[in-house]
Write a protein that binds this ligand. Structure first.
Ligand code: CMC
Length: 373
């Protein structure tokens, strides 16, 4: 009997959604290279591809975009919640709770899973951007149906239409976060879905798992680390000190990639572009990140530990105007597509997820009444 701790190398389902080549550092969505999708496609088209298994034709894309645009608005009770809730909460807690509230409201609705999924994909950015503004004491901005998904996300954050570079950076970053096969949050959402619980409960499980610093919370931790280092000259000592204290370099390492994560390669280009444009603090943070990348690879590369998606996404998100604790919620706004797609794929041939734990305690103990213990 072998225990597969962390379910490492255990296959729990067949999939046609995402393929990761962890040795060569390649990633494919429905067979298409992530490099091509990042360069030539857009969030709406890739989301359709992930959910429905094929690139949409013009008519299908129009339908999908229309549906996403219609669903951007939040019901009044969610806006009320966002206005009234404390303003020092973690954005992932806000997102998780807002999705739970939406689930209560939608509990009698027997629409198809993909349609419910579209509602969530569409509403996540509105929840995130609205809370980001309310937290700063600013009023919320209504979605703009004329804008693309990514442009509208940034528009709801700033109040202005983002420039072309920011829109493209946002779109590419969302595309890169849409799916990643059987990661912890996708698995968590499948565990819930496999009991035939509802979609909202499954998505809440996904958000809850993504929040942790070993998963989607690593982008926030990476930026905290760059800020703590303070300048590129301090990187070497900082990293050596961290490694000798058995602390991890956040945004490094991956269960599947034993080489450079291809998403990090693409994000590095955008981080550089945005940091050069922004200058100031962001450029310094980018320089620190580049140095951490170099020193980190020097010490950890031989063990197969390289930058992952969260490393440079932290600089991209920061350059795009998100405060660091919002990064995981922006990540979730893309990964919700993957959660919904995997749930739809799994429940077609459902089997409740119920692994085993190997019992190593004693059995047959005699019960002792409380006063005699
Ligand atoms: N810095 C330093 N050492 C590391 C790191 C790191 N970032 N990652 C792994 N190691 C070491 C670890 O200490 C262990 O060493 P030893 O065998 O000497 O004890 C060895 O590598 C194996 O680590 P593990 O935790 O058993 O590996 P895992 O596959 O279970 O964990 C991971 C993968 C992502 C949780 C881990 O690499 C990590 O904690 N990274 C930092 C957090 C992070 O960046 N997470 C984002 C993951 S990718 C995208 C996402 O999911 O959001």
């Amino acid at each position: 009997m072998e225990i597969k701790k962390g379910l490492e190398d255990v296959y729990v389902k067949e999939t046609e959604i995402t393929y990761i080549d962890g040795e060569l550092g390649r990633l494919y969505y429905r067979g298409y290279s992530i490099y091509d999708l990042a360069e030539f496609s857009n969030f709406e088209e890739v989301s359709y591809l992930i959910l429905y298994g094929k690139l949409p034709n013009r008519e299908e894309l129009n339908w999908f975009q229309e549906k996403l645009r219609e669903e951007r608005y939040l019901p009044d009770f969610i806006i009320k919640f966002l206005r009234e809730v404390r303003k020092d909460a973690q954005p992932m807690d806000i997102l998780r709770t807002a999705v739970s509230l939406l689930g209560i409201e939608d509990s009698k609705n027997d629409e198809r899973t993909d349609i419910k999924g579209i509602k969530l994909i569409s509403k996540f950015p509105t929840i995130v951007a609205n809370y980001a503004r309310l937290r700063k004491g600013l009023d919320i901005i209504e979605p703009d149906p004329k804008l693309s998904h990514s442009e509208n996300f940034l528009y709801m954050l700033y109040g202005d239409r983002p420039n072309e570079i920011k829109s493209k950076a946002m779109d590419v970053t969302l595309i890169l976060h849409i799916d990643h096969e059987m990661n912890a949050s996708t698995f968590a959402s499948l565990v819930v879905a496999s009991t035939f619980s509802d979609l909202y409960s499954s998505i809440v499980a996904g958000i809850s798992a993504l929040k942790g610093p070993l998963h989607g919370g690593a982008n926030y931790e990476a930026l905290k680390m760059f800020k703590e280092i303070g300048s590129p000259e301090k990187v070497n000592d900082y990293i050596l000190n961290r490694l000798s204290n058995k602390q991890r370099i956040m945004g490094f390492g991956h269960r599947v990639y034993k080489t450079y994560d291809p998403r990090a390669r693409i994000l590095k280009q955008y981080a550089k572009l945005l940091a050069e444009k922004e200058g100031g603090e962001i450029y310094t943070l980018y320089q620190i990140a580049e140095k951490v990348e170099e020193i980190g690879i020097k010490y950890l590369g031989p063990k197969g530990i390289y930058p992952n998606v969260d490393f440079f996404s932290s600089i991209v998100f920061y350059s795009l105007g998100f405060e660091p604790d919002f990064f995981p919620a922006v990540f979730a706004s893309a990964r919700v597509v993957g959660w919904v797609a995997h749930i739809m794929e799994y429940i077609k041939d459902n089997k409740i997820i119920r692994p085993k734990a190997y019992y190593k305690g004693e059995i047959g103990k005699k019960y002792i009444p409380i006063d005699s213990r």
